[in-house]
Design a protein around this ligand. Structure first.
Ligand code: PMP
Length: 383
C-alpha cells in the first residue's frame, strides 16, 4: 500500500464531502422500465434513460437470451481478431438504414465511441469546436486530438459562426460536435442552422444523439426533425431508448471503413457481446412497429412541464434546476421519502450553481405517476 496515494485520495474525498460533491454508489436493481429497488424499498424511478422500457421488453430479452445460448456471453476478442459476430454487422445495417447513411460501426459504449471517433479525424493542426454543454465523452475525444478545443455558447449558432470565423482559417480541418438532445437539459440542438454554419466554413459535423434515438423523429432521432441538416457523423448509444449497452456511428462508407481500421476504441478493445447486438436489433424492431410507444416519453414529459408551468419539454428529459448542490440533494431526498427516485445532478456534471433534478420519462410511466411526481416537485419550483 502506498501511503501518499491513500492520503491524497482521503484528502480529496474529504474536500468533496465538505462541498456536498462526494458521490457514492447505491446498489439498485430495476424490475421493469420504471421501478427500481434500492435499500430494500421499491421506487418509481424518474432517473433511468430506458425511455421505452425496452430493457425489460419480452421480445428484446428473448433475443438476448437466444444469442447468449448460441454464442456465449462475451465476444472473446477485438472485432478485428475473432470478435466480429455477424449480429454486429446486421445491427450496423439496421442503424445505417435508420439514419439514411451508407454504413455504421458499433462500439462498446458511447464514451468509447466519442473518445475514439474524434481523434480518428482530427489532429493537432486542426480545431474542434464544441457546444459548451456537450457530453463529457465529446470533450474526452476532443482532448485526445491534441488540437485546440473551442467552446461555443450553448445552442448559440451566431457564437458558433463567430468561433468558426475566428479559428477555421488557422486550422487545417475543423470538426464541430454537439449533442442532438442535451443529456442534462433535455433541449435540442438547432441542427439545421448548425449544419449550415458548418457547410459555410467547410467544417465537419458530429452529432451525439444518445437521447434522441427511439424518442424523437418517430424513433429515428433528432436529425429526422431537421431534414435540411447534413450530418457527417451520426453518433448515438444503445443504452438509452434501445435499453441495452453499446453505441454506434453512422456515416459514409469510407468514413466507417477508416474507423474500423484506425479508431483505437475499435481496434484495441473487445467487440460488443453478440447478445447486446441481438437485443438492439430486437429493440429497433419494436421501435419501428410501435409509434405510440415512441411518442409516449415526450408526452409524459410534457404532461409534467404543462402541470408545473415549466418550458414545454422537447424530449424525454426535464431539468428542474435548483441551484446549489445541497438544495438538489434535499429535493431528491424529499421525493425519495415519497417513493419517487429523481437523482440530484451536481457539478461537475452540470455547471456550478445549476444543480438539479434531472427527470427522465419512460413510455411506461402512468399518467398518475407523472401527476404524483408533479405534486412532489411543485413545492421545490414554487409553482
Ligand atoms: N453521450 C451522451 C449524450 C450521453 O448522455 C452519454 C451517457 N449517458 C454518453 C454519450 C455515453 O454513453 P455510454 O453510457 O454508452 O458510455
Amino acid at each position: 500500500m502506498n501511503d501518499t496515494l491513500t492520503a491524497f485520495a482521503q484528502a480529496k474525498i474529504d474536500e468533496l464531502e465538505a462541498k456536498s460533491l462526494r458521490r457514492t454508489l447505491k446498489p439498485t436493481h430495476r424490475t421493469d422500465g420504471v421501478h427500481v429497488v434500492r435499500g430494500g424499498r421499491e421506487y418509481v424511478s424518474f432517473s433511468c434513460n430506458d425511455y421505452l422500457g425496452l430493457s425489460h421488453h419480452p421480445r428484446v430479452k428473448a433475443a438476448a437470451i437466444v444469442a447468449v445460448e448460441a454464442y456465449g456471453v462475451g465476444s472473446g476478442a477485438s472485432r478485428l481478431v475473432t470478435g466480429d459476430n455477424p449480429l454486429l454487422g446486421q445491427l450496423e445495417a439496421r442503424l445505417a438504414a435508420l439514419k439514411g447513411a451508407d454504413a455504421a460501426c458499433v462500439f462498446g459504449s458511447g464514451y468509447l465511441a466519442n473518445s475514439g471517433i474524434i481523434p480518428t479525424f482530427v489532429g493537432p493542426q486542426d480545431v474542434v469546436i464544441v457546444d459548451e454543454l456537450a457530453h463529457a465523452c465529446i470533450w474526452a475525444g476532443a482532448t485526445l486530438t491534441g488540437a485546440p478545443i473551442v467552446a461555443f455558447r450553448h445552442n448559440d449558432v451566431a457564437d458558433l459562426e463567430a468561433k468558426l470565423a475566428e479559428h477555421r482559417g488557422k486550422a487545417r480541418r475543423a470538426l464541430v460536435a454537439t449533442d442532438g438532445v442535451f443529456s442534462m437539459d433535455g433541449d435540442m440542438a438547432p441542427l439545421d442552422a448548425i449544419s449550415r454554419a458548418c457547410r459555410a466554413q467547410d467544417a465537419w459535423l458530429l452529432v451525439d444523439d444518445a437521447h434522441g434515438l427511439g424518442v424523437l423523429g418517430g424513433g429515428a432521432g433528432t436529425a429526422r426533425l431537421f431534414p435540411e441538416a447534413q450530418i457527417d457523423l451520426h453518433m448515438g448509444t444503445l443504452s438509452k431508448a434501445i435499453g441495452g449497452y453499446g453505441a454506434y456511428v453512422c456515416a459514409s462508407r469510407p468514413v466507417v471503413d477508416l474507423i474500423k481500421t484506425r479508431t483505437r476504441t475499435v481496434v484495441y478493445t473487445t467487440g460488443l457481446p453478440p447478445a447486446n447486438a441481438a437485443a438492439a436489433i430486437a429493440a429497433l424492431d419494436v421501435i419501428e412497429c410501435e409509434p405510440e410507444l415512441v411518442a409516449a416519453p415526450v408526452a409524459r414529459a410534457r404532461r409534467l412541464t404543462g402541470s408545473l408551468g415549466l418550458p414545454e419539454a422537447q424530449s424525454a428529459i426535464v431539468p428542474v434546476v435548483l441551484g446549489e448542490a445541497e438544495r438538489a440533494l434535499e429535493a431528491a431526498a424529499d421525493l425519495e421519502r415519497q417513493g419517487l427516485l429523481a437523482v440530484a445532478i451536481r457539478p461537475p456534471t452540470v455547471p456550478a450553481g445549476t444543480a438539479r433534478l434531472r427527470l427522465a420519462f419512460c413510455a411506461l410511466h402512468s399518467e398518475d405517476q407523472v401527476d404524483q411526481l408533479a405534486e412532489a416537485v411543485r413545492p421545490w419550483v414554487g409553482a
